[in-house]
Ligand binder design. Structure first.
Ligand SMILES: [Zn+2]
Ligand SMILES: [Zn+2]
Length: 303
């Protein structure tokens, strides 16, 4: 049931307008919403010039070159203009129907989950695209809500649909977007209780995610230092994930060690398990425990 704030009438859960007074019951198109969105962007636009000025002064203080500090200074007005434009878009754009249902759903998740479920269903039905990241997000939100409501069959149906969608997105998106859909696949397989597949896909994910990190280099200035620390922490997260999967014991990481000159088992950092100093490893494969011997022979034979 959706309550009209103006005339207090109770309306059907999927209602767009109040049956009594005609008030718009979906958020996202009223004057208040638009004005507050526009206001926020104006404040951000006004703040970005002094903030970037401050950043530029700090850059000079820590000894960065004038090129870098000037670039920061110029970014101030550019950000201001961008926020202003974004504010105007928020104020005047036509909010799509699915987004208005999605907003109403999100507002009801805690207060009235049944209402939120109806709104998520409407949002999905009103989506123009069959395959899109938004549909994936909506399906996951609805599935989570179904789970909370102990409607496990409905939740599983949504997770299965989401998985199919994640596959399609993985196959159609450009290379740099693929990684996130692979991670999505891992999460969805877990939700569907397909732990073995989730583990194998998780190992593939850690491999590609680590490969996508920038190469290790010796830290120079403050900026490079921060970037390096950021990369190191991401690498650690990846290793932790991989360790958790390998510790479950269903899968092994194998590779060809150039020092040992044979196929060996690898640890969670993908170094030779015989000797942690052996980091020159090729032909990395993730396999089930029972396939280990066969794959080891394959790796050795191919060298
Ligand atoms: Zn009303
Ligand atoms: Zn070795």
């Amino acid at each position: 049931m959706i309550h009209c704030h103006k005339c207090k009438t109770q309306n059907r859960a999927d209602a767009q307008k109040c049956s009594q007074c005609g008030k718009d019951l979906l958020p996202g198109s009223g004057f208040g919403e638009r004005a507050s969105g526009f206001g926020c962007m104006i404040v951000l636009a006004a703040l970005s010039i002094p903030i970037m000025y401050f950043c530029s002064q700090s850059a000079i203080a820590v000894g960065e070159g004038t090129g870098f500090s000037t670039a920061l200074l110029i970014l101030g007005p550019i950000f201001a203009l961008m926020f202003l434009l974004f504010g105007l878009i928020l104020a005047f754009r036509k909010v799509p129907m699915y987004e208005r249902y999605q907003k109403r759903a999100e507002r009801h998740i805690l207060l009235d989950p049944q209402q939120a479920l109806v709104d998520f269903t409407q949002a999905i039905a009103n989506l123009p695209n069959k395959t899109s990241a938004i549909r994936l997000k909506l399906l996951k939100q609805r599935a989570e809500l179904y789970t909370q409501q102990e409607m496990h069959n409905d939740a599983q149906t949504d997770y299965r649909q989401a998985l199919t969608l994640a596959d399609e997105l993985y196959n159609t998106q450009p290379q740099k977007e693929k990684l996130q859909y692979l991670e999505e696949r891992v999460n969805l397989l877990e939700k569907l209780g397909r732990q073995d597949e989730a583990d194998l896909e998780g190992l593939n994910y850690t491999y590609l995610a680590e490969k996508a990190l920038p190469e290790k280099k010796i830290a120079m200035g403050v900026r490079e230092g921060i970037e390096q620390a950021n990369t190191d922490s991401k690498r650690n997260d990846i290793h932790t994930k991989r360790k958790a999967i390998l510790d479950r014991g269903r899968f092994k990481a194998l590779g060809y060690c150039r020092k040992c000159k044979t196929a060996v088992e690898l640890d969670h950092t993908l170094r030779c398990k015989v000797n942690a100093m052996h980091d020159k490893v090729k032909s990395i494969r993730f396999v089930r425990v029972e396939e280990m011997d066969r794959v080891k022979q394959e790796i050795s034979a191919s060298r």
